[in-house]
Design a protein around this ligand. Structure first.
Ligand SMILES: [Zn+2]
Length: 297
């Protein structure tokens, strides 16, 4: 049986595995400045939704899809709190912290692991629209205090528009990430797909992810956060280290690189792709948004 994956922007993916529809993140209610590939109303089926963390670019839309389809939502306690307060029924909510084995039909097993959020650009106004993954820049933790910054103190209309999105959607996400989650999904007879949808990790953990992934979905954006420490390397160096520790999966695809409401608006991954091609046996899988592609072929 063929399993498919469809990239829906940022870190949101829809997979069909056997007869199950599984979302990774469900940010379908996006700001007008970004392309929307699928709206929550267009989703007629979902069985499971895995949430990376509770920020604005992972959650809004999840509550609509969960209520409409009855999907079970797996995520950190903060994401689950937000969804509970939005009225998603308790029996659909599954808080995780890492270390769980979640058994799905067809003996599919999902294993969450604790991850780390990338660092945020130190000064958004100084960040160019397009960054390359071989660029180093200063970072700090957290989303900042945008909703409380007066409009005339914001550097551009883009920031003011994003502030309005944040204000309008208060309560549909959290300013606290709640802890990023990585997910390893094992599909018997087909393979294993691993998600680390943020540019950070406790690196030693990656050596022990098992089953070893055949396919990895990795964030290729932002200043990496390595073991919670300051990191002087680039996103390229971070991702190459991740691939090595994961045993050089057969295929990798990027996320978090395509569009952002604030600078950098896009990440140029070309130097990363050259290095992956030259230095590993992993093949880069380019996912065309809103187009289903075989996961394990
Ligand atoms: Zn975040």
């Amino acid at each position: 049986m063929t399993s498919t994956i469809e990239f829906l922007g940022t870190t949101t993916f829809r997979m069909v595995i056997n007869d199950l529809v599984i979302f990774h993140d469900c940010w379908l209610d996006r700001p007008q400045s970004l392309v929307t590939y699928l709206t929550p109303d267009q989703v007629d089926r979902a069985d499971y939704i895995l949430i990376n963390h509770a920020h604005f670019d992972h959650l809004p839309g999840t509550e609509i899809v969960a209520k409409k389809t009855g999907a079970r939502v797996i995520g950190n306690a903060e994401a689950i709190r937000v969804l509970r307060e939005l009225g998603v029924p308790e029996d659909q909510l599954m808080p995780v912290a890492g270390g769980e084995h979640i058994k799905l039909p067809h003996d599919i097993v999902i294993r969450p692991y604790p991850g780390l959020h990338c660092l945020m650009p130190f000064e958004h106004g100084a960040v160019p629209d397009v960054l390359t993954t071989d660029h180093r820049y200063e970072g700090k933790p957290g989303l900042g205090n945008l909703p409380n910054v007066p409009d005339d103190r914001l550097p551009s209309d883009q920031f003011r528009s994003f502030k309005r999105y944040i204000a309008k959607n208060q309560g549909r996400f959290s300013l606290w990430d709640g802890g990023c989650m990585m997910y390893n999904i094992h599909v018997p007879g087909q393979g294993t797909i691993f998600f680390n949808a943020h540019c950070g990790a406790y690196m030693g953990l990656l050596n022990d992810i098992h089953p070893r992934p055949d396919v990895a979905i990795l964030a290729a954006a932002g200043q990496p956060c390595v073991n919670g420490d300051g990191y002087t390397g680039t996103a390229n160096e971070f991702v190459l280290d991740c691939l090595e520790r994961l045993g050089q999966p057969r295929k990798v695809a990027w996320c978090l690189h395509d569009q952002s409401p604030l600078p950098p608006q896009r990440i140029d991954t070309s130097t990363l792709e050259e290095r992956v091609g030259r230095e590993t046996k992993t093949k880069v899988m380019t996912l065309v948004p809103a187009e289903a592609t075989g996961i394990f072929e």
